[in-house]
Ligand binder design. Structure first.
Ligand code: TXA
Ligand code: MG
Length: 341
């Protein structure tokens, strides 16, 4: 067996913290049933204790062990059948076996069943659920590659398992199944419409292009995923307002390769600004996959400002837009106002 997998299993069994790949983003994992181990996650991330963690399980049988499944069996069964293992997290009433620090003293727990083979193998070997937030310092860009993790947490975690670049690149969709009407608390690759179709019920979508302040999801902060470099969004299909906004060293990111860069490479200087794109063609899945990586890369490249085109707010574009609005919120009072609607 791969030696880093063996090292990760040993570390987890002895109450340590490791970085593991998932299909969404890299996670910072510890034994969810061991509050001392979970405390280490909060410390390493600099995460406030008011922000609960997701419990990662191997299958539905584990979900039944850690949550009050029966009250929502109908909804859970349909979601599990359709989307698990995969990027949907369900919020259910918790069982007391889960330490309060995992759930920030809430009566509910968020449970996810990742589909990444390495993560699943490690769950099987340790045979306990893993608490795992994204493997980034609190509030910073989420990691979709080992390089991104090493740049920020490399000195704090010594077992980092490389599972390649994350397939999806955006965190899981979080769905609250405990209320009368199901709610999407965080948009992700599985859209609210897909959830609604799967359970055959209407779904309240807290994520249609605006960032909601929602007490049921304490970690959903207006500002999140933030670069240190100033990030300014511009409209989809438009151009950045560079002259009025700024005159320093600027990077501009488009959703797809712009026409005036037909032969160039991403990063080329065009009329005084370095031009990048998330995707050759504008494919939303490619944009999502490349987004956090490019943002972090440019954050480390000495720019005074990063201008970034908004996505089309449709399908996966809802989740991309959600992340970009939060990432830019700290830099713009206008975007802040939008984000607090
Ligand atoms: O894709 C993902 O979900 C990744 C990978 C690593 O699995 N994990 C992730 O975890 O994004 P984190 O900690 O970065 O985000 C977890 C979110 C937080 O916003 C938190 O507020 C919310 O889940 N959450 C956790 N427990 C909750 C609960 N009981 N009710 C509502 N929201 C909850
Ligand atoms: Mg996170």
């Amino acid at each position: 067996m791969d030696s880093t997998i063996v090292a990760a299993v040993e570390k987890l069994k002895s109450g340590g913290v490791v970085v593991l790949p998932t299909e969404t983003v890299y996670g910072l994992a510890a034994n969810a049933l061991d509050s001392d181990a979970v405390e280490k996650i909060f410390k390493i991330k600099g995460r406030p204790h008011s922000d609960p963690l997701i419990l990662h399980v191997l299958n539905k049988e584990w979900l039944q062990r850690f949550s009050e499944y029966k009250a929502y069996a109908n909804r859970v069964d349909k979601i599990v059948e359709k989307f698990w293992p995969g990027p949907v997290t369900v919020v259910l009433q918790k069982k007391n076996i889960i330490p309060d620090c995992v759930t920030s003293n809430l009566s509910t727990v968020a449970i996810r069943c990742p589909r990444h083979e390495i993560f699943r193998k490690i769950l099987k070997l340790v045979n306990f659920p893993l608490a795992a937030p994204s493997a980034n310092p609190f509030g910073y860009v989420s990691p979709t590659s080992v390089d991104q993790v090493k740049q920020t947490l490399g000195d704090l975690v010594n077992v980092i398992v490389d599972g390649g670049k994350c397939d999806i690149g955006l965190e899981s969709t979080i769905v609250d199944l405990t209320s009368e009407t199901v709610k999407v608390l965080r948009p992700g690759a599985i859209t609210a419409q897909k959830i609604s179709d799967a359970i055959d019920e209407p779904v309240i979508d807290y994520s249609s292009g605006v960032v909601s302040v929602n007490p049921k999801c304490p970690g959903q902060l207006k500002q999140h995923y933030c670069t240190n470099t100033k990030l300014v969004l511009f409209e989809h299909g438009g151009q950045p307002d560079i002259l009025t906004e700024f005159s320093g060293k600027a990077a501009v990111i488009f959703n797809k390769r712009p026409l005036d860069c037909a032969d160039g490479i991403s990063g080329e200087n065009v009329q005084g600004k370095d031009v990048f794109w998330f995707s050759e063609t504008g494919d939303r899945y490619e944009i999502a996959r490349n987004m956090f990586g490019l943002l972090q890369n440019l954050d480390n490249s000495g720019y005074d400002v990063i201008f970034c085109e908004k996505p089309e707010i449709h399908g996966l574009g809802v989740a991309i837009n959600d992340r970009l609005l939060r990432a830019a919120a700290k830099f713009s009072s206008k975007q802040n106002e939008q984000a607090s609607i």
